[in-house]
Ligand binder design. Structure first.
Ligand code: SF4
Length: 374
């Protein structure tokens, strides 16, 4: 099987989205966030493309403006805010980095690595944003344009960086003995922060295991939807069983009656919760009153409330098995409790019934209130 890192990541976030994208081949409209991200990636590539002179900040800005796509935004305010944010990100990048000082080995470097054992090999592919030569080794960098920046711990275990390092090592196998000088980094352009980490042999091996497990799940066709905050950016909401009903007006297939039923069901469910809480409070008050008056029944205008004791028994499974198995009844018992046993009690000989009774022990006794109306 061939799987790209981004498809693997999609599967991890939502198996159903993976299916829509990779198996059903349904095209997903690109979100404005994704388009903004790819523009910034192109700017970074432009900034670091080796040449006689590195592009200046003004040249980088001009490149950014030429790529800008204003049509993807809903209104001029949103478009202006996004453009200014892009400008700020590039200015900040230049403030903290001098592009001329990096020793670039490769940009947007495509890779394919083999995983699995003989007879069941798979190909993992992807694109590494940037590979730099450092003083003692190399650095692999991936740019992020996300709002959220993870904790260092997440970067230490980031799967994408592990895969990228594996890909790097398959291209430069002699660097495997130099692991301590190979850096993997995520550069968060919105924050102007780069978080770096290293990898051990053990971590790299675990990466392959996670891929193989995901491939197994895909082959077994596990494609359950996974609701998460990422659904907000998913282009398949209108066909996803978890969301498509929200688009009912566009589909025009819902009748007034079903709409009313949905609303009424939600209202009734909320009313049940409110009633249950109120009943609990009233029960407490009535129990207190009965206790104080030494009464086991209280009389209202529309009925009587009486205390009732409920006993729960526990059963010794081995003893019951020893009694029922010789009579051929053991197989009929799927669960050992009073209800299940009651079903067969009447057909059992008196002696066996008596012995069964003796195996039970009182586990708990609770008091409840029963209402007799009228
Ligand atoms: S909307 Fe959410 S649950 Fe549905 S496919 Fe997309 S990510 Fe998965």
């Amino acid at each position: 099987m061939r799987i790209s890192f981004s498809s693997f990541e999609t599967y991890q976030n939502c198996p159903l989205k993976y299916k829509f994208q990779n198996i059903d081949k349904i095209k997903e409209p690109k979100s404005k966030e994704a388009i903004f991200g790819s523009i910034l990636h192109s700017v970074m590539k432009f900034v670091h493309t080796p040449g006689i002179l590195s592009p200046s900040l003004d040249q980088a800005m001009e490149f950014f403006s030429n790529l800008w796509n204003a049509t993807i935004f809903e209104n001029p305010d949103e478009e202006r805010a996004a453009f200014s944010q892009g400008v700020r990100m590039i200015q900040d990048y230049y403030k903290k980095n001098n592009p001329a000082k990096f020793n670039i080995v490769d940009l947007e470097s495509r890779f394919q690595i083999e995983i699995g054992k003989e007879g069941e090999k798979h190909i993992v592919s992807g694109i590494i944003d940037r590979i730099d030569k450092t003083e003692n080794g190399f650095e692999i960098i991936d740019y992020k344009t996300t709002k959220k920046m993870p904790a260092q711990e997440k970067v230490d275990n980031n799967m994408q960086l592990s895969v990228y390092l594996q890909a790097f090592l398959s291209r430069y196998p002699s660097e495997r003995k130099n692991l301590s000088n190979l850096k993997v980094s995520l550069y968060f352009l919105k924050h102007g922060v780069k978080l770096s980490a290293q990898r051990t042999e053990e971590q790299l091996q675990k990466t392959e295991g996670k891929f193989l497990e995901t491939i197994r799940l895909i082959k077994e066709e596990h494609f359950e939807p996974q609701i998460s905050p990422l659904c907000d950016w998913c282009g398949y909401q209108n066909i996803c069983p978890m969301w498509k009903h929200k688009f009912k007006n566009a589909r025009k297939i819902d009748t007034e009656e079903i709409n009313r039923s949905i609303q009424e069901y939600i209202d009734l469910k909320s009313a049940i919760t409110i009633t249950r809480n109120r009943l609990g409070k009233l029960q407490q008050k009535i129990f207190q009153y009965m206790e104080q008056e030494g009464a086991d029944r209280v009389f209202g205008e529309n009925g009587i409330i009486a205390k009732s004791k409920r006993k729960t028994y526990g059963y010794d499974k081995e003893k019951i098995k020893a009694l029922l198995e010789p009579l051929g009844f053991w197989e009929e018992i799927t669960k050992i409790d009073g209800i299940a046993l009651r079903g067969i009690l009447e057909v059992l000989p008196f002696e066996v019934r008596k012995s069964l009774e003796e195996t039970k022990t009182l586990e708990k006794e609770t008091e409840t209130l029963v209402v007799k109306k009228g």
